[in-house]
Design a protein around this ligand. Sequence first.
Ligand code: S3P
Length: 441
Amino acid sequence: MSATGSPSTPRVLPAGGSLSGRVTVPGDKSISHRSLLFGAIAEGTTTIEGLLPAEDPLSTAACLRAMGVAISPITPGATVTVQGVGLEGLQEPSVILDCGNSGTSMRLMLGLLAGRSGRHFILDGDASLRRRPMRRVGQPLSAMGAEVRGRDSGNLAPLAVQGRQLKGTVIGTPVASAQVKSALLLAALTADGPTTVIEPAQSRDHSERMLRAFGADLEVDGEMGRHITVRPGANLRGQSVVVPGDISSAAFWLVAGSLVPGADLTIENVGLNPTRTGILEVLEQMQARIEVLNRRDVAGEPVGDLRVRQAPLQPFAFGESIMPRLVDEVPILSVAACFCAGESRISGASELRVKETDRLAVMARQLRAMGADIDEHEDGMTIRGGRPLQGTALDSETDHRVAMSLAVAAMLASGDSTLARSEAAAVSYPTFWDDLARLRS
Ligand code: S3P
């Protein structure tokens, strides 16, 4: 049963208390998906250390297993092995490929499968994923000759993919989305000639880094790495991947540690890829007290430990230019804004409306229920912070990042809260509630 599926008893979230100690957040979700996917189409064995053992990567693994890829059990702490079948080795599945709640699984899978000539695939997901736009992948893929069909003229899952020999071409992506870009890079691996993907702004570059490490012929140029060219023909070779901790999961502790009275937290082994560190820039703008310790490089990704202590925070403003580097951190930043005196402004965030939920609407609704003063705009929100929030009956509305953001808000409120559908956290951070209980003092 999906963690976002069935109703459960609301979780009690007591107000007050402090946070201290060390925490290791689970593996990066984006890197985890990619290590499974690239391992599957490589030749030989890929070993993955630190793979995120959460529902989203499990969806990717289940789809790959349904196409004949042997993947060892994904359990906490396990080193996972993927027996690669090579670029042409994926079998036509006899079942519908269930991507669960995971947009990354569905979008990357579309790119991977569109070029599997002569094979047919059906992809589906949960109620949230069935509402999310897929044309942003299907349309540029169709410029390569792909055939993707679905409801709303191919925009909505369930989707059917008829694999074909794809054409190499030059494609501009309609949004700065790493999911769209990565789908096209995967499709390009077996096109009949080079493909250049041009992004409107740089999105996270884990695919580029990892595809290169697996042996793909991939070149990045242009300002800010926005032109990515893949030349087909190179076989991918299995690798040893080490997945760093997810900065998008660390974000909850960074904000909680900055706000909770007396907090002092160290978050170990956090991925610090510059295409993901927008949250650190905004927290710096807010004058948060964060130190990056022990910076190092692990398997091609920058990593460090982050120490955060409570400090008086200033309001912030950010817009479209930073959005790709903190897109998943907007919900927790909206919580941060409620607790610093003055007006904070988030703009250029309309992508938030097509995430697991409409995160602008859901965060505004839930925080307002606690008494927050928020104006919602089409592309963001204005938050007048500094007034106390009251504990109340909250609801994640099935969204993992909303669940964890509200947990932080509830701790800082006066009076206890309850959180319906708190189990959604397991989509990206299965041990979140245990970590919260342990760090709390
Ligand atoms: C992801 C990219 C982002 C992000 C998502 C994971 C990825 O989505 O929100 O959680 O792994 O490529 P977009 O690329 O659609 O912005």
